[in-house]
Design a protein around this ligand. Structure first.
Ligand code: FAD
Length: 290
């Protein structure tokens, strides 16, 4: 099907993009990689009157550590995340998730900003960013707002981005040396959306677990933060008992629906298995990192 009629605007700078978004309000949508937006428009699930193409805006595709944060520009593509040396060296949760997103064609164009702004509960990066304790930086006419990921991802396909605003950057706290993580994704075949995905990020402190982050993909109306499981790990002695309790609590927090990818019971069970396995793996990487 063809999309409904729209006007295309190519922004050359961030100010120009923000001005176009302010002028056209909720009639306008940002065009990043187009991997989700264009199919939605062709199916007529989305029919924006104005597209603001930000692909030529300078500075939105940087990855750098600054002021205690890993700052990832909204236009960083999935394959750029996967190949980045800083991420490969110090951010194993992101590094293991990025190559598992979609297929090489989609990873060449799809961006972290588009992925998070689209807020698909089956999207992988939302869970990763919840686990990492990341924040979303929003820019609009009123200036800049920085929201924790848990306040940014509101519901299925719904975020805190207001009309006239755009997501410009994702900020991830730089983890301490003794930290580790992983992203485990169950998929029917390579390139598929997650049947279940689990992001884990653990920090070690004096032989115990310090901060623990766990995000769940595909088992709720949005990417879920498994807060009870996180709380059970924080301060615990790392080991099979602690990981099993976290798995049990995360499975209880999951709220999957039955579909072609599996039954409710199967998905919940896989959350349990993956949280246990992911926590053990994250602990091992953290232990070795110290
Ligand atoms: C075949 C296929 C398989 C896929 N499989 C997976 C998968 O396994 N896992 C996964 O996580 N994803 C998957 N995706 C989605 C993919 O990751 C998309 O690239 C991503 O969801 C959207 O990124 P984009 O840059 O293409 O955004 P676009 O499609 O350009 O935009 C998506 C939405 O976000 C908005 N937007 C984009 N950038 C911004 C911004 N900076 N500020 C505010 N709003 C913005 C747009 O207005 C639009 O509403 C798949 C996509 C396809 C086509």
């Amino acid at each position: 099907m063809l999309p409904s009629r729209f006007e295309y605007h190519r922004a050359g700078t961030l100010d120009e993009a923000l001005s176009l978004l302010a002028t056209h309000g909720d009639e306008a949508k940002v065009l990043a990689g187009g991997q989700s937006l264009i199919p939605m428009m062709k199916l007529r699930f989305a029919y924006p009157g104005h597209l603001v193409d930000v692909n030529h805006v300078d500075g939105l595709d940087r990855i750098e550590e600054r002021d205690g944060m890993l700052c990832i520009g909204a236009l960083v593509r999935h394959n750029h995340l996967a190949a980045n040396e800083i991420i490969k060296a110090r951010y194993p949760t992101i590094a293991s998730a990025a190559p598992q997103i979609a297929d090489p064609l989609v990873r060449n164009l799809g961006s972290i900003g588009g992925s998070l702004a689209h807020a698909d509960p089956a999207g992988d990066l939302g869970s990763v960013m919840l686990a990492m304790g990341a924040s979303a930086v929003l820019r609009g006419g009123g200036g800049e707002r920085v929201l924790p990921m848990s306040e940014f991802l509101l519901d299925t396909f719904t975020t805190a981005i207001a009309p006239g605003e755009m997501l410009t950057e994702v900020r991830v706290p730089i983890p301490p040396a003794r930290s580790g993580g992983t992203y485990l994704k169950l998929e029917r075949k390579v390139g598929d959306w997650a049947t279940v995905g689990v992001a884990v990020a653990l920090e070690l402190s004096n032989g115990r677990i310090g901060r623990a982050g766990i995000g769940l993909t595909g088992v709720g109306l949005k990417n879920l933060e498994a807060s009870d499981a996180e709380a059970s790990l924080a301060g615990a002695t790392p080991g099979e008992d602690a990981f099993a309790e976290a798995g049990r609590l995360a499975a209880a927090a999951a709220n999957p629906v039955a579909d072609v990818r599996g039954t409710v019971e199967y998905k919940r069970h896989m959350v349990d298995v993956y949280v246990r396995r992911g926590s053990a793996h994250a602990f091992e990487t953290a232990r070795r990192a110290g």
